[in-house]
Design a protein around this ligand. Structure first.
Ligand SMILES: [Zn+2]
Length: 131
């Protein structure tokens, strides 16, 4: 079984090329790819290579486990809601499913000495799950 199969979902990470003054490229990679120690993310425009350090790899791999756990609980989460109190003290129930599929996760992590916003895109294991 490949790592994507284990994850049961496609989880893609992207971030803006750190050479933002000269390049507007968006670097993308699959979260499962970071298991490979020699993994490098490459900017599709300027071809700058990004090596992920140990700390970053560790965080992303824990993120991957989290995604896998969410996948595993997909059928439970499909029936769960988060209650959010909005202005006017009304309570709105937001299904987890909506949170997971409609909002893309933004993680800010240290990349070398820079703080970088990583977008995490998760595809449900089945398009039928969150309907
Ligand atoms: Zn670039």
């Amino acid at each position: 079984m490949n790592s994507e199969g284990k994850l049961g979902a496609k989880a893609q990470i992207d971030f803006h090329c750190l050479d933002s003054e000269n390049c507007d490229g968006v670097v993308k990679f699959n979260l499962a790819e970071i298991c490979d120690e020699d993994f490098q993310a490459v900017c599709p425009k300027c071809h700058r290579a990004y090596e992920l350090d140990e700390a970053l790899r560790d965080k992303l791999s824990r993120m991957m486990k989290l995604v896998a756990a969410i996948r595993d609980a997909e059928d439970i989460l499909g029936d769960s809601s988060v209650a959010v109190t909005v202005a006017g003290a009304k309570e709105v129930k937001i299904p987890y499913a909506l949170l997971l599929t409609r909002l893309n996760t933004l993680i800010t992590l240290n990349f070398g000495d820079k703080k970088v916003d990583f977008h995490l895109w998760i595809e449900p294991s089945s398009p039928e799950t969150f309907r």
